[in-house]
Design a protein around this ligand. Structure first.
Ligand SMILES: N[C@@H](CCC(=O)N[C@@H](CS)C(=O)NCC(=O)O)C(=O)O
Length: 210
């Protein structure tokens, strides 16, 4: 029998992709994973450029919205996480003050933490990168890790309750070695990192063959 998946997820094994996979595994919804080789011919992947015209992952198509009607096509990891949390009614607090707190950290991740670490890894991977550029991005990354470490000294999860904000941050910390950062230098962050790593949904997401 043919199984019809309601959500297609276009993804590769990069942090922005894992955010969505962790969330889908936490929600427990059935989805179809479409692996995207970003260095390949993107036009040959059926439907990919329709949902992500700029050729970036992650992107999703929800073929079966709760209200019926048109499919929902989305790119941008933060928008996808917000959509899935709202549709499922999970991992984003309903109370207005807690909700905006979780959204604050989600926006911080997508606009600040992720791009800074992305640039750091880009320049670390280029042997011609000038030392001052590397130093700049490394110092910025350390500052952001220290910030997270201080904040996680006050609570279990970044917005108190486990939320999409934690799921958005985790995949970037999971590759701290590629950033030249040492996780034991940030003890509160390390405690949170191990708690996240132990979650079954996180394990399942990282076990996927992408
Ligand atoms: N702000 C976007 C960033 C997406 C992004 O840059 N994805 C990378 C992989 S992690 C990508 O698709 N890069 C391909 C490219 O830039 O051409 C998001 O959060 O979804």
């Amino acid at each position: 029998m043919m199984v019809r998946f309601m959500i297609d997820v276009f993804c590769d094994s990069s942090p922005n992709g894992y955010k969505i996979l962790i969330l889908l595994e936490e929600i427990g919804i059935r989805y179809r994973l479409v692996s995207v080789d970003l260095s390949g011919d993107l036009a040959s992947i059926p439907g990919f450029l329709d949902v992500s015209p700029d050729g970036r992952i992650p992107a999703i198509v929800d073929h079966g919205t709760k209200s019926g009607g048109e499919s929902v096509l989305l790119f941008e990891s933060g928008a996808i996480m917000l959509y899935l949390a709202e549709q499922s009614g999970q991992f984003l607090p309903r109370n207005s003050a807690s909700r905006i707190e979780a959204l604050k950290w989600l926006f911080w991740q997508v606009s600040n933490f992720g791009p800074t670490l992305g640039q750091l890894m880009h320049f670390r991977g280029d042997p011609e990168s000038p030392a001052q550029v590397l130093d700049y991005f490394l110092s910025q990354a350390k500052r952001l890790y220290q910030f997270l470490d201080r904040e996680l000294g006050h609570r279990d999860y970044i917005a108190q309750e486990y939320s999409i904000a934690d799921m958005a941050i985790y995949p970037w910390i999971a590759i701290h070695e590629n950033q030249g950062l040492n996780i034991p230098d940030f003890p509160n962050l390390m405690r949170w990192y191990f708690d996240m790593e132990d979650r079954e949904a996180v394990e399942r997401a990282y076990d996927l063959k992408i």
